[in-house]
Design a protein around this ligand. Structure first.
Ligand SMILES: NC(=O)c1ccc[n+]([C@@H]2O[C@H](COP(=O)([O-])OP(=O)(O)OC[C@H]3O[C@@H](n4cnc5c(N)ncnc54)[C@H](O)[C@@H]3O)[C@@H](O)[C@H]2O)c1
Ligand SMILES: [Fe+2]
Length: 382
């Protein structure tokens, strides 16, 4: 690790973490003189008992709630515009995102759009659009209901173009939530497939962040502890969920998102095109690709893999043992080993390789990844 210039490390989010944390929401709003939140969620969550309970609790405290949940599985720009219309047409004083990464990303994008009305993708970070995020944003609160993306502690929103399905990143430190209410009880009834897929997303964040090339020992420490927590809890959370495994997964997913301010890598670049092209769930796309992406990264980074293997308490402290562990973990939690099992076909591989090479995540991979490398990795995983 060499420190050849000045780096910036940010850890500003206030997190209220633990069973029952969400019950603090009404008091928090009252203390901050907030009376009319726009709640942004997704159509499934809006029907769940815990969501209805949150609404009733707010109403009992004379807080007047408006809900917007009309969003796509992989959210698109028009979802954000519709949500902003609700903000415009009802007098709101703050915004609360309740959900997984999809709902929280839409919530964050609406937070941006409230006072930034150029085309949404003018603010795309990949074309330097973050410099246009200059105005104030509404008071923003996040409540995660999956343990995966860690979007609740993030400062970016991933939103796709309605037509091309290309993923854009809206980014600004202004988009960070003022407070996160992270309550593992809200994740207790997550179906096992979603637990497994989102949990593998969290594991991918921690592993890719640990391996990412920028020097960041603070994030490295967080990432290793995140990996350890997931090792202890993902299988139990998937098969026999209890509060302890759900709590460990929820904190580990936030640790992954905190750690990946350091950067991500080849696995996320392999995964993103599957969501844009085939609407694959983000976590599932990472889960299937992670063993192959990690295998690609071993040569030249044996020391880092030794530390991951030690954290996973593997008998052999090698990269190959880490790759075997990932295949075995996927088997235990019912994630397929092959892309062909998640609707990928040979005809897709060239387009996928083009999209992966254009993706934003791999420039931080510990070693360079060429378009041909992506093509070979997809072919190996098919
Ligand atoms: N902002 C970021 O930093 C970041 C990072 C990674 C991924 N993402 C984005 O996050 C999205 C994926 O998020 P996700 O993996 O959390 O999935 P998700 O938000 O799509 O949720 C998955 C499914 O689980 C359901 N669900 C959520 N909570 C539930 C609960 N408590 N009980 C039962 N069902 C529940 C949802 O309705 C949905 O059908 C993608 O759009 C991806 O691009 C964002
Ligand atoms: Fe991810």
């Amino acid at each position: 690790m060499t420190f050849d210039k000045v780096y910036q490390y940010n850890f500003p989010t206030t997190i209220r973490f633990g069973p029952g944390a969400v019950k603090e929401l009404p008091a928090y709003l009252q203390q901050n003189n907030l009376k009319a939140p726009l709640i942004v969620s997704d159509p499934t969550i809006a029907q769940l008992p815990f969501f209805k309970k949150i609404l009733v609790d707010l109403q009992n405290h004379f807080i007047e709630v408006e809900v917007f949940h009309d969003i796509r599985k992989n959210p698109v720009k028009s979802d954000v515009y519709k949500g902003t219309d609700v903000w415009d047409n009802t007098e709101r004083d703050c915004l609360i995102g309740i959900g997984g990464g999809a709902a929280l990303d839409v919530a964050r994008a609406i937070v941006l759009r409230v006072n930034h009305r150029e085309d949404l993708f003018k603010y795309d970070d990949l074309v330097g659009g973050d410099v246009f995020v200059v105005n104030d944003v509404p008071h923003f609160i996040t409540i995660p209901t999956t343990a995966g993306t860690g979007s609740e502690v993030g400062r970016s929103a991933i939103i796709s173009d309605d037509e091309t399905h290309q993923k854009k990143i809206l980014f600004s430190p202004k988009l960070i939530a003022k407070i996160v209410f992270a309550d593992p009880e809200l994740t207790m009834d997550l179906p096992s497939f979603i637990t497994a897929a989102t949990g593998m997303d969290a594991l991918t964040h921690n592993m890719e962040a640990f391996l990412a090339k920028n020097p960041h020992p603070i994030c490295d420490g967080i990432a290793l502890e995140g990996i350890s927590l997931i090792k202890d809890s993902l299988e139990t959370a998937t098969k026999h969920p209890d509060l302890e495994s759900r709590s460990k997964m929820l904190i580990a997913s936030m640790m992954g998102a905190i750690a990946f301010q350091k950067g991500l890598g080849v696995v996320h670049s392999l995964a993103h095109p599957l969501s844009s092209l085939l609407d694959t769930h983000h976590g599932l796309a990472n889960a299937v690709n992670i063993p192959y992406g990690m295998k690609f990264n071993i040569a030249g980074f044996e020391d880092k893999f030794r530390r991951i293997a030690r954290t996973l308490e593997l008998k052999e402290e090698t990269g190959e043992a880490v790759v075997n562990y990932l295949f075995e973990l996927n088997s235990k939690i019912n994630i397929p080993h092959r892309l062909r099992d998640i609707q990928v076909q040979k005809e897709h591989l060239d387009t996928l390789a083009d999209l992966a090479f254009a993706d934003f995540a791999h420039p931080n991979n510990p070693k360079p990844v060429s378009r041909n490398d992506f093509r070979l990795l997809y072919a190996e995983a098919l």
